[in-house]
Design a binder for this molecule. Structure first.
Ligand SMILES: NC(=O)c1ccc[n+]([C@@H]2O[C@H](COP(=O)([O-])OP(=O)(O)OC[C@H]3O[C@@H](n4cnc5c(N)ncnc54)[C@H](O)[C@@H]3O)[C@@H](O)[C@H]2O)c1
Length: 261
């Protein structure tokens, strides 16, 4: 099915205040899955700090979610440990604490191994793997003091099966699973939970940039016969952020329409 046709994606249902009183930080939240997660969290009663590279764009995204009372935008490059610590600090300054951290920021630099430059490999590892390490580390440092918290790391089905043209991305996304499980073991006794989401093909700027031929080939692999919508990742993130998942840590939830089950 062409990406331009309606996919009949479900919105995941209405809000029910699952995150009332909670404060969340979401990286890469100016658009795509990160923005959908931030929007869903606000709809569920959370206050959210959105981090992204472009200060003006992330401020606009926060404004669209209700402005200062509900959401703040902060410029943050997740490859910088200082930036990520400042992002967490700004949530504490604005809203008093951090209960939920979503490490979502991402890029792709796809190429076959033969054509991929070392720089393309390093960039993807830096943003995804090191970025998630910075975010997990900084959030856990805060949460361990309060003996509560949920950290959600965006992996990808590419990290489960390995996708041709993505040796950098598949390595980073598989690494995020190992990182998350190791970190989950370090902080479980302190009440901090860390889980991963592995999305399949989700309709965002990242995937809209794919050639039509690649998109159609991926679509043919999806038992549910359609791409996912960002809000369908946001629904799972809301579950992991909320007390509904209070006995879950170190897990990896696949949200793929059945692809590579
Ligand atoms: N779209 C999919 O099909 C899909 C599938 C599997 C996994 N994912 C993962 O979900 C996450 C979100 O992807 P998306 O599809 O919404 O992508 P997107 O390109 O729409 O959004 C990514 C956001 O991350 C931001 N970002 C990039 N580098 C950053 C950095 N160094 N610091 C801070 N922010 C940075 C970008 O500015 C952008 O706003 C990524 O981790 C991606 O790998 C997406």
């Amino acid at each position: 099915m062409s990406r331009l046709r309606s996919t009949n994606g479900e919105s995941g249902g209405g809000a029910s205040n699952l995150l009332a009183g909670k404060v969340a930080v979401v990286t890469g939240a100016a658009q795509g899955i990160g923005f959908a997660v931030a929007a869903r969290f606000v709809a569920e009663g959370a206050r959210v700090v959105l981090g992204d590279l472009d200060a003006a764009k992330v401020a606009d995204a926060a404004a669209a979610l209700g402005g200062d009372e509900a959401a703040r935008g902060v410029a943050c490059d997740v490859t910088s440990g200082d930036d990520v610590r400042r992002l967490i600090d700004s949530a504490v300054d604005a809203f008093g604490t951090v209960d939920v951290m979503v490490n979502n920021a991402g890029i792709t630099r796809d190429a076959t191994m033969r054509k991929m430059s070392e720089d393309q490999f390093d960039q993807v590892i830096d943003v995804h793997l090191k970025g998630v390490w910075h975010g997990t580390r900084a959030a856990a440092a805060h949460m361990r003091e309060r003996k509560t918290g949920s950290i959600i790391n965006l992996s990808s089905i590419s990290g489960k099966v390995g996708l041709a043209g993505q040796t950098n991305y598949s390595a980073a996304k598989a690494g995020i699973v190992g990182l998350s499980k190791a970190a989950a073991k370090e902080v479980a006794y302190l009440g901090v939970r860390i889980n991963c989401i592995q999305p399949g093909l989700i309709r965002t700027a990242m995937t809209e940039a794919m050639p039509e031929r690649i998109w159609d080939q991926k679509m043919s692999e999806i038992p549910m016969g359609r791409a996912g919508e960002p809000d369908e990742i946001a629904g799972v993130a809301t579950f992991l952020a909320s007390d509904l998942s209070s006995y879950m840590t170190g897990t990896v939830l696949e949200v793929t329409g059945g692809r590579y089950m």
